[in-house]
Design a protein around this ligand. Structure first.
Ligand code: 5GP
Ligand code: MG
Ligand code: MG
Length: 180
């Protein structure tokens, strides 16, 4: 097992090993490959956090598939609309496509509960969600996760694409913030 580390002066302890992550991703890729055979699904990875997960998952697929990436940004709309979430870089035409969203972690569920209805509007044949991690205890907005690697407690995690204030994304394992 890897050693504890410090990022921006905070202590993190190893939580999910590289082997455990790879194993779960292989299982997920096998399930998706089975469910989507002949459908040529379009994967949409959500940057930045999901880049590593999306890459490893995509490599394990044994079916024809496409992938594209977007960034979700929130800006202040009018007073009545409040914060508005917008997808940057969605170039693919998703009308009639089988779409699979790739997300790093579903925490409160707020981001996806705002984004998924926007996608529905564009007439995809189906939309499913593949997430690396979920923290059910933090959920304030209900979200259905169709493909999932790990359910984790409500503690901050970094590594394997996930950052703590922009650092830690390059770690091969996932670390948990240590309670001091
Ligand atoms: P939401 O609360 O809208 O479900 O989560 C939005 C985003 O916050 C996630 O996609 C992820 O990028 C980030 N996030 C949530 N929990 C964590 C965490 O424990 N660690 C890190 N690094 N990012 C998180
Ligand atoms: Mg994310
Ligand atoms: Mg972040």
């Amino acid at each position: 097992m890897a050693n504890s580390i410090q990022i921006h002066g905070k202590n993190f302890v190893p939580y999910l090993s590289e082997t455990a992550i790879k194993e779960k991703i292989k299982e997920m890729a096998a399930a998706i490959s089975k469910d989507y055979a002949g459908k040529r699904p379009l994967f949409i990875g959500i940057l930045n956090g999901a880049f590593m997960f999306a890459s490893d998952l995509f490599k394990e697929l044994t079916i024809e598939a496409e992938i594209s990436f977007i960034k979700l940004a929130s800006y202040s709309g009018t007073k009545s609309t409040g914060k508005v979430l917008t997808a940057i870089g969605l170039d693919a035409d998703i009308n009639g496509r089988h779409v699979i969203i790739i997300e790093d972690i579903v925490d409160t569920g707020k981001t996806l509960s705002s984004f998924l209805p926007q996608l529905e509007h564009q007439g995809p044949a189906s939309i499913k969600l593949a997430a690396l991690l979920t923290k059910p205890e933090a959920r304030t907005h209900p979200i259905t996760i169709d493909y999932l690697c790990f359910t984790i407690p409500n503690k901050f995690v970094v590594g394997y694409g996930l950052d703590y204030d922009s650092l830690g994304r390059n770690l091969k394992e996932i670390y948990q913030l240590k309670e001091e």
